[in-house]
Ligand binder design. Structure first.
Ligand code: UD1
Ligand code: CA
Length: 488
């Protein structure tokens, strides 16, 4: 019902000067999602048609929309020069078609469906021509427009123009307005540039309506839901709020967080019941943690899938990869580039796995690099083993079949295939395929020289005696004392 009557105009053309980055703030992420996508997704879920006003660095915002497949849901219009919020709304005029126009700042990602519904209901009930959302903020917060009201009149005075006592006026304008289309069409052109900033303030429309004795309605919303983001400090606060919401939600679903305020979690993440998330962990967009998992301290999971009952020990980095159930990873493991690890795999300290498939029950417990490899099940990789997948120009594949046992400190020179159940000797450089069930040895044979150690020890003692008897030699090295400096 509400969707048929309303269309939303999202203002996202501003220069974001208070961010001091030179970039538009609309593409800054909050819990892994760009700021501009928050109102878009909200209105999309409410089936409200969207007009998006872009201007400053519009290409960057459009790129975000395309990457997230949201450009189809928005009618985009452009504001050529950033002359203020009224001018931005005016740019959207050719798209106005609904009975009520909902105007909203693009920099308030915490807004909820309830606020929009309440604004609509109140507007309807009061038969207002314009309704807007107010809130109560810390009076010393400088950047909000203040709602100044007496019995007859109501107006919004912008921060730059406000000359009164801020503690007397702590009711602020949230930046969400619902206006009858006819009224908007008739009056938006009457807004004049402001005195101090010479900007066209959309908020002046309230005074215009009030002076003409039209009905104006307001609703109040909790400040934490309408916070605007003009600076990195404000972004940080809003992100903390969003993050707390997400963590509380996962707690309600049976996830235990140790030191919850030290965990970062993105919007597009899921965690199964009974799982534990350790202090300092980072769970980024696309990550899915199964049931009864343990993600220990300071691990970073970025677009990572972790199967049920798997443990990720501390300080692991897992990116764009999937791990099966009941596996144990880390500490200090690095798994990346579309690697897929099967159930019950064990990956230990200082092991890096890149673009590899690892079959179930395989183990690589210490100090290894496995790249561009397809490994079967129940394979053992000895400590210190690496795949030499790069020949300086091209990458090559290594295949290690089921039940193979790679000895410690092996160098596996790809392209290479180690057959089913094959063994390789410790310290080998394996350059040729090893057939099924064979033993590959690729190292120099050891020779023992009987009694040689005793001979060496005698020689050293004699040299030491010589050195002790040599008088002090200054720091200038000559040919004569070279033997002394070399041995000392
Ligand atoms: C605005 C309100 C203020 C309110 C506050 C709430 C005005 C004049 N002031 O102030 O009353 O308390 O929001 O957060 O509206 N934009 C454009 N084109 C422009 C200028 C801005 O599209 O020429 C966009 C910005 O990208 C932003 C939104 O409009 O998304 C609001 O602009 P901003 O400069 O952040 O306004 P505030 O100073 O926060
Ligand atoms: Ca703002």
């Amino acid at each position: 019902m509400i969707a048929k009557k309303i269309q939303a105009i999202i203002l996202a053309a501003g220069k974001s000067t208070r961010f001091n980055t030179g970039r538009t703030k609309l593409i800054e992420k909050i819990c892994g999602q760009e700021m501009v996508l928050y109102p878009i997704k909200l209105f999309k879920s409410m089936h409200i048609p969207i007009t998006l006003v872009l201007g400053y660095q519009k290409e960057l915002v459009e790129q975000v929309l395309i990457q997230n497949c949201e450009h189809e849901h928005c009618h985009i219009v452009y504001q050529e020069a950033q002359r203020g919020t009224a001018d931005a709304v005016l740019c959207s005029k050719p798209t106005w078609h609904a009975d009520y126009i909902l105007v909203i700042n693009g920099d308030m990602p915490l807004v909820t469906q309830e606020i929009i519904e309440k604004l609509y209901a109140t507007h309807h009930e009061k038969k207002a021509v314009i309704s807007f959302v107010t809130s109560h903020a810390d009076p010393l917060l400088g950047s909000y427009g203040r709602v100044i009201q007496d019995k007859e009149n109501i107006k919004i005075v912008e921060a730059k123009e406000f000359k009164g006592d801020p503690t007397e006026h702590c009711c602020i304008n949230a930046g969400i307005y619902l206006i009858n289309r006819d009224f908007l069409q008739a009056h938006i052109n009457r807004i004049q540039p402001s005195e101090v900033a010479q900007e066209f303030y959309f908020t002046d429309l309230i005074k215009i309506a009030s002076d003409a004795r039209h009905t104006i309605a307001t609703i109040t919303a909790p400040f934490d839901q309408i916070r605007g983001i003009n600076t990195f400090k404000e972004l940080w606060v809003s992100e903390q709020i969003k993050k707390s919401e997400l963590i509380s939600m996962w707690m309600d679903r049976g996830v235990r967080f140790s030191i919850a305020h030290n965990v970062h979690i993105d919007l597009d993440v899921s965690i199964g019941a009974g799982s534990y998330i350790g202090c300092g962990s980072i769970l980024l967009k696309g990550t899915k943690v199964g049931n009864n998992c343990k993600i220990e301290e300071f691990s970073s999971l970025d677009n990572a899938i972790v199967g049920d009952s798997t443990t990720i020990l501390s300080h692991c980095i897992i990116k764009d990869s999937a791990i099966g159930t009941q596996a144990t990873i880390g500490p200090f493991a690095h798994i990346r580039n579309q690697s897929m690890l099967g159930d019950k795999v064990i990956v230990g300290n200082f092991v890096e796995i890149k673009q590899s498939i690892i079959g179930p029950d395989s183990r690589m417990k210490h100090l290894a690099y496995i790249g561009d490899t397809v490994m079967g099940s129940n394979v053992n990789i000895g400590a210190g083993t690496i795949t030499c997948n790069h020949d300086g120009a091209n990458k090559h594949k290594t295949t290690i079949k089921d039940n193979a046992y790679i000895g410690s400190n092996n160098t596996l020179v790809a392209p290479l295939m180690v057959g089913k159940g094959a063994f390789t000797a410790a310290g080998s450089v394996i350059t040729d395929n090893v057939p099924d069930n064979a033993l590959g040895i690729g190292r120099a044979r050891q020779i023992n020289k009987e009694g040689y150690a005793e001979k060496l020890r005698k020689r050293r003692t004699a040299q030491q005696k010589n050195a002790d008897e040599t008088p002090f030699i200054p720091a200038v090295k000559t040919d004569k004392d070279s033997s002394i400096t070399e041995n000392s």
